[in-house]
Write a protein that binds this ligand. Sequence first.
Ligand code: STR
Length: 502
Amino acid sequence: MWWFLTISLLTLLYYTWQKVGSLGKKYPTCLPHIPILGSLPYLNSSDPAHIYFTKLKEKYGHIYAFWLGPYYSVVVSQFSLAKEVLLKKGKDFASRPRMVTTDILSGSGKGIAFSQYGPQWRMYRKLVQSTFSLFKDRPQNFEKIICQEASSLCKSLATKQGQSFDPALDFFLASANVICQFCFSSSWKQDDEEIKIMMNFSDAIIKTLAKDNLIDVFPWIQLFPNKDLTLLKESVILRNKLLEKKIKIQKEKFHIDSINNLLDTLLKAKINNNDHLTQEPEITDEHVLMTVGDIFGAGMETTSSVVKWCIAYLLHYPQVKEKIQKEIDQKIGFSRTPVLSDRNQLLLLESTIREVLRIRPVAPLLIPHMAHTDSSIGEYTIPKGTRIYINLWSIHHDPTEWDEPEQFKPERFLDKNKEHLIMPTASYFPFGCGPRVCIGEFLARAELFLFLAWILQRFDVDLPDDGKLPSLEGEFGVVYQIVAFKLKFRLRKAWREAQLST
Ligand code: STR
């Protein structure tokens, strides 16, 4: 009897407290919620989060809220509101919620991807940006680095000609090497065991990080045995060991007058930071490791994942692949390999990349944002601490903005005469926007273009022997990955003939 009265009283207090607090303010429609669990009992679906959130939009509108246990969360599914969050009021919403899983990966919010908004995050982001500028203006620039990797990638694919195989490792190696040059001025060889270890731990991190994991809602759950958490912790230990080893080797070569990569930039900043009694935030070895770790992880995972999605779509739509190849043959031919300035020429390849980034965005809910001050979205009050999920998936599949959004149509990014690239609607931001926009967008776009142009100039991409097409469904996680698939590469006749005649 007593417990019944206590629970009833608590429930009453809870609702009264919420009503009083919200007097005169307008909040987004909220899913039903109960004490302690919040809306969790009403968020039960077998659909991946981005699909489920898109379905909820039909019932609750473009902006709605729910309680993830104790965390008030808002989902934004419309372009104009998302723009307000990311750009117009970008600063208000530029923080990140602290979660058990992201804290494990980032050493309690260090680095740049999962760290809170503030001077520390800003300083590390600037240091990474300045290293990007360093690579743009020097002879061994990104274009050269990517082309070297594209060349090694094509050589490796040629050795597997005619075999049915999973190309994941080859694409991973190519992307990892570009980012490894950026971080440490070094790279891996094809048969290096370390690359396989990296691919495995990276995959494990993606599958266990910031997912619909209850641990991120109720941290006390970690007190009980948990398979996902153990896997995440083990993978992060492996990653940190590998990075520490790389950092140690690079530190021995470090010279303050010769800054060649991201680690050099960070080590120099660390020395300057210790020398002068500056107001700058602290730079510790752990901060350095986490910053390099974020860039490294982002660089290898995202690019290789999108290359796989592109190839998978080309297997589903061979007529698009043929048109791209025709364009390559006409605009580049076989006497030279593709370069970045060909982007103005290979419009169909560029539009295909854009369409893949639309229909299968790398991060369908971006990384969750958090309001670090009281603010508003549209007419709605958003209290400090609210978690904001931008449903990029729903924005990229909005039928009021896109013609047949479920269809793969690269030509939607071309004008009528197919002579210019266009943006059919502003409802598109595969790399996010505002203060937290993807820092490597320029590099990612360059890699996607060059890797695909090099591959398609040389190879035909065919179905594997069992004739199985890749699934286009994907697996939801912090990166929306394609399920492993097999294919066959075959050197193109025209390419072979051109090689013989030179
Ligand atoms: C991949 C696995 C890894 O080893 C390290 C990281 C940290 C940075 C993460 C990256 C991850 C996945 C892709 C992220 C990136 C930061 C930005 C990027 C989430 C988990 C995206 O927003 C897609």
